[in-house]
Design a protein around this ligand. Structure first.
Ligand code: GAR
Length: 202
């Protein structure tokens, strides 16, 4: 393959998706091409970002599929139809089962807004992560990109970047700093790294 074909899974605003789209435009992401974006919630703004960039987008709701297994089977069907090589979870706030993660072993990566193994695992997503970091009182947090396996936030780490916590931070302020200083940098960089490896391996 010349470029890995990437599907991005999202649940919300999609600033990490935007970072990937921008990286594709600037050439930071050169070994892969984002060809498909799937949201698992209604009216996710991320799908508007995909549409603006001319990327196919779709909403797939677990409820409408009839459950988690049917939802994941639908994803597999959609990805196979599009010959997807790599799945990027970019603010995808739902846990995938082992059946799905083992189907795509070493082909799914995720961005987590903390330095794993801190503030991760079930229930640790979005603002909750930053609330937990502030209430613990850590002075340094950050973000991690890792492979996805059956253990929530438990797969092999690809990249991490540290970010300072400042006096007076609110969860929202800290979330924004972690995004700007870490997530939007290491997600595109990790995606490029993994895509380059996939292209080389073929
Ligand atoms: C990001 O901070 C991402 O790291 C986090 O959700 C946010 C989504 O923002 N993901 C998780 O917490 C996964 N456990 P976005 O929709 O603007 O990219």
């Amino acid at each position: 393959m010349l470029k890995a074909r990437i599907a991005v899974l999202v649940s919300g605003g999609g600033t990490n998706l935007q970072a990937l789209i921008d990286a594709q435009k600037s050439g930071v992401l050169a070994s892969g091409e984002i060809v498909f974006v799937v949201a698992n919630v209604k009216d996710a703004y991320a799908l508007e970002r995909a549409a603006k960039a001319g990327i196919e987008g779709m909403t797939v709701l677990r409820k409408e599929c009839g459950g988690q297994e049917a939802f994941e089977d639908k994803l597999i069907e959609l990805f196979e139809e599009r010959s997807i090589d790599l799945i990027v979870l970019a603010g995808f706030l739902s846990i995938l089962t082992e059946k799905f993660t083992s189907h795509y072993a070493n082909r799914i990566i995720n961005i987590h807004p903390a330095l794993i193994p801190s503030f991760c695992g079930k229930g640790m997503y979005g603002l909750h992560v930053h609330e937990a970091a502030l209430s613990y009182g850590v002075k340094v947090t950050g973000a991690t990109v890792h492979y996805v396996n059956e253990i929530p936030d438990g797969g092999k780490i690809i990249m991490q970047k540290a970010v300072n916590v400042e006096d007076g931070d609110t969860p929202e302020v800290l979330q924004r700093r972690v995004m700007e200083q870490a997530e939007w940098i290491i997600l595109p960089a990790s995606t490029e790294k993994v895509c380059a490896e996939l292209v080389r391996a073929e």
